[in-house]
Design a protein around this ligand. Structure first.
Ligand SMILES: [Zn+2]
Length: 238
């Protein structure tokens, strides 16, 4: 049991060092992740806008063709109007001419609509492109910052991870998962040293008799209040 306690203490020390290396990176990793997601969104946005613009352009071409056809029809009817035989025929052709004119008017307003919508979309594309440039620039800066930190810490981090692994392998799997569970729940600190007759994790007082038992390390003790593994380390008591 004394060996287990010693291994726990070592494991916690490696984790503390790894954690302080992680702290050096600050919120950079999270920031980079968010920017990458944002960039992805903007790029999807750009694709959608481009697709909508080409849809408008092809609609407009279609309307233009329809206008041409309608104008040709209109011309024919107007020519016919000169050769009408009677009033009835005149009225019928006049009605057709009016219908064609309304049709052409409608198509022309739809063309104007597509032009206006396209203009709006193009402005959206320009704004979106600016956003993409801004995010790309920020990403580049943050990645460079993180690379710079990693350059200094990566070697030490690898060394600490290897050393931690050696200690972790000495610990029974059941105890190791208990350690990990507490560490996750208690913001990184699973093993609390007893300091001034109190738990080093939550500072609750521990009865003297219990401290004696913890020092003897006959079994594993956890703090009644915070649940951390309580250990006695010589020279660190009071
Ligand atoms: Zn505690």
């Amino acid at each position: 049991m004394k060996e287990l306690v010693a291994n726990f203490v070592q494991l916690q020390e490696f984790d503390n060092k790894l954690n302080s290396l992680k702290l050096q990176k600050g919120d950079l990793p999270v920031l980079i992740e968010h920017l990458e997601e944002e960039l992805q969104d903007k790029q999807t946005n750009a694709t959608e806008l481009t697709e909508r613009i080409s849809k408008l352009q092809s609609d407009r071409k279609m309307f233009e063709k329809e206008i041409e056809a309608s104008k040709a029809q209109l011309q024919k009817k107007e020519d016919k109007l000169y050769n009408v035989q009677n009033n009835k025929e005149y009225d019928a052709i006049s009605l057709e001419i009016d219908t064609r004119k309304v049709e052409i008017d409608n198509l022309e307003s739809r063309i104007i609509q597509t032009l206006e919508q396209e203009e709006e979309l193009k402005q959206a594309v320009a704004a979106n492109t600016q956003e993409i440039e801004r995010i790309t620039q920020q990403l580049r800066e943050h990645r460079e910052e993180l690379d710079e930190i990693n350059k200094h810490t990566q070697e030490e981090e690898n060394r600490l991870r290897d050393q931690r692994e050696v200690v972790a392998q000495k610990i029974d799997r059941r105890y190791l998962s208990q350690y990990e569970r507490i560490r996750k729940a208690k913001s990184g600190l699973a093993v609390a040293r007893i300091t001034r007759n109190s738990c080093g994790g939550c500072y609750s007082a521990i009865p003297p008799q219990r401290i004696v038992e913890i020092r003897e390390a006959g079994r594993l003790h956890t703090c009644e209040y915070c649940g951390r593994i309580l250990v006695w380390v010589d020279g660190n008591g009071d």
